[in-house]
Design a protein around this ligand. Sequence first.
Ligand code: HEC
Ligand code: HEC
Ligand code: HEC
Length: 145
Amino acid sequence: MASVRSNLRRIALLGGLAGLIMVSAAVKAGVDLPKLEHGKGEHCVEDTQYMRRHHMELLFHHRNETMHQGIRTTKYSLTQCVECHASSKTGSVAASKEDFCVACHDYAGVKLDCWDCHATKPMQRKTAPTAARPTPSPMLAGVSK
Ligand code: HEC
Ligand code: HEC
Ligand code: HEC
């Protein structure tokens, strides 16, 4: 198990595509990847297979449109992902290793800094406890909050 895991990590580092193929192979083989909780509703915003491979591009593209062109749509909004994919146990997409946005990433060695700024829970209030949130990336240490 341990060597499968470290090989996977190495391959994921070598190239995103290889990483993705390995992850989907691992998902199919049921290797110790936590079972993903089914999202709310019946469908994702795009075909599931497509989402597995391309969700990061959709997010980055949508972010660029919002931030640089002022285009505001909700289809690929990160807030929407969180609405549908928050765990029924933790209420979050990234509080535990089984939570939706962490499960595959942890396996593939991907770390996101998104949660330094974006809520991991649906409609999170400013006063919500911060304990479940990951420690801010050192890269943001100088950024005022
Ligand atoms: C089915 C597994 C899986 C799930 C579920 C998943 N991801 Fe990913 N994600 C990946 C893999 C694998 C990569 C790495 C792809 C690569 O290296 O190009 C990745 C990469 C990313 C990236 C790009 C990271 C970077 O620095 O380039 C973002 C952003 C991202 N995911 C966001 C999310 C969010 C938000 C969620 C939860 C709504 C999520 N992902 C759920 C598998 C998954
Ligand atoms: C330093 C803080 C910060 C970090 C880190 C960050 N964002 Fe954002 N993001 C923002 C701000 C501020 C906005 C603008 C919010 C708005 O106008 O709605 C935004 C907007 C977005 C949007 C468009 C609005 C929406 O609700 O979807 C997307 C998509 C997005 N970010 C994705 C990401 C992803 C994916 C990551 C991690 C790879 C990330 N962001 C990391 C601060 C951040
Ligand atoms: C309306 C609710 C909804 C929204 C919004 C939503 N999803 Fe989904 N998502 C789902 C459902 C339901 C599934 C499972 C579909 C299936 O089983 O075929 C899914 C599947 C996925 C998968 C594949 C998981 C697997 O089993 O391999 C990824 C990755 C994903 N979503 C990421 C995202 C990201 C990123 C966003 C935001 C851009 C998002 N989703 C927005 C409901 C949603």
